[in-house]
Design a protein around this ligand. Sequence first.
Ligand code: SF4
Length: 726
Amino acid sequence: MSREVIAGVIRGARRSVEEAESKLAQAIGSKGEAQKVQFPETAFFLPMTAALLGQDVKTLADLKPVVAHCRELLPQEPTEHLWLPYLGDGLDAGIATLLALEATCAIRYVNGEPIEQGFTGFISDTILRELGIQLVDGRMPGFAAILGPAPSNAIAVKTVRELQKRSILTFLLCNRDGKSIRDQLVAEGVELGWDTYIVPVGRDTHSAIYVLNWAMRGALTFGGHKKGDWRNCLKYCRDRIFAFGITFGPIPDDWYAVGAGAIAMGFPVISDHPSTPEVRPTGVTTYEALVRQTDYEQLVPTCIQVRGVKVKVEAIDIPVSYSPAFEGERIRREDMHVQFGGKYSHAVELLESAALDQITDGEIIVRGKDLDTAQVGGAMDLGIHVRVAGRKMKADFEGILERQVHRYCNEAMGFMHTGQRDQIWCRISKAAVAAGFRLKHIGTILHAKVNNEYGGIVDKVAVAITTNGNEVAALAEHARPIYDARDERVAGMTDESVDTFYSCTLCQSFAPNHVCMITPERLGLCGAYNWLDGQAAYEINPNGCNQPVLKGRAVNAVTGEWEGVNKFVNQHSNGSVERFSAYSLMQNPMTSCGCFECIIAIVPEANGVMVVNREYAGDTPIGMPFSTLAGSVGGGAQTPGFLGVGRLYLSSRKFIAGEGGLPRLVWMPKELKEHMRERLQKRAADLKLEGFVDKIADETVATTSEQLLEHLAKVDHPALKMNSLL
Ligand code: SF4
């Protein structure tokens, strides 16, 4: 702590201890040592004293050792020229303040001093039971104690509304020149009370002890810690009760002293005043202890960030129903208001992490034409750029969070989302637009869901949505190297080097029996999840869709069949898949949901396979375009001869290894071939297949099987000399 802060803490603590000593002496003088001491409606006597000292204070005599201990805890105020580590002294002084204030307040009750009307005074155990449980189980994300009047009534109202919006309980304490923030809120007609989560506790600094000993009872009641187990009681408060203080104006010594007590409990203080020195080392508090924020727009977000409060957005405020029940909903062309991406327009989604001070939680920006001005039945470009920030957020998690956009959007009634990255295809129904659904509601959904489901790693979510073609193109340009970098991370790993693969069952909402088995050399068929993503997703959520699967004994190392994987897939495909081969097209191939980037299909007459990607709308040599093939391959069934895959699998060492691998590839769309050329050439070189990539036919040389066979013979394609596929 800075010398200035510590000096203020110790001066304030000394005054509190002197007051407690004097009040106790007076009370004993007038009422005798046997005089009973108690707060109303509590079984914890003086709760802070009970928790920290293990002492049940029942009489004034019991208070004597408590107050004496406060005196012992008081350190010397640091001198101008003596610089020592102050933190321990500051915390001791803070604890002395809490114990002394509790003693003084208990004596006030003994003396029958009335609580000012409009303030609660001591907070009963009943309130603890009713609201405390919400605090510790996370339904109420935290509580704030506001010290002093705000610089203006408008700032007072804004601050409590921002807290209220996040379901954070707010206690109002202290005054400056007699004026409390309660007075400001009353003047502005703000409704106060437990029901509105805005509770005036007291006009003086002493009232802070009512809030803090209420929190401390949480450690004794819900934490099950014993009285006197001060270390665990304080730790419980820090780890489980997300409280913080807000101070308005310059901080006087008595606020510093009680603030040091709060910090000892793990509750940081955020000051709006430029004169407040910051105390940034972490440890006693989870993050910083004393932070300055002079921008009132950022005051509450800073509190949430410094305390690590996890705010849940309970109801998603959109004009259509929202539930997992709508995940599998399809929107037919005649019911469609507008669509984005697929083969109709450009659409891209990207989730990136940002520094905490770079984004504002809940910010949703929409640029370009909105849904109400879209041409009904037409297509628009769409860019969805989600930025998240969190102290525990890692770049490795970006791909996993981004993949959730698919599910989050699909849960809105009237919104269909398929694909991923720069290959999404979305439709919005006429009914949803008629009900008032607009592009900003995509942001509302993503902000709420990412916060709710990934609150453990994400503190802020901001969403920018655009339908301006040039902005969508720029976002795609920006996104592609990021997608590539994600894919490259796993390069160099082999399936043999790990004993564990990762499952993905995210798409079971569409295809209830589908299980993706993600290996280092075979990514998920959507192309968005690789083995490292599976590992990271499991780290974030051990009960989620990505589970580690021990391979177990190999049944067939060439086709990629293992006992452990068979068992897992059987259990998680509702018994519909008995055997599973990771590298085979013909023998027990992996099931396909509907999200595959490409489809591999057997071309029997060429003794090989063709690959067609989602973006290619033209004819193929087997007489079926991608859309027709997708209709028969998807749905979570094993379809020997047909396989949905991520495009990077094409250049994998394990590409249909069961059927001989890459030399089987006889046809693919030109755009896909050029996109994959470098990777395919590298793999072909490993296999010593000279000039192989140019031997693969594309639509410029063949769109029928006759043309294909003619081309293959002309270039002497190796598939023609391989074992029969059938
Ligand atoms: S396609 Fe597979 S890997 Fe991708 S999200 Fe669906 S289940 Fe997961």
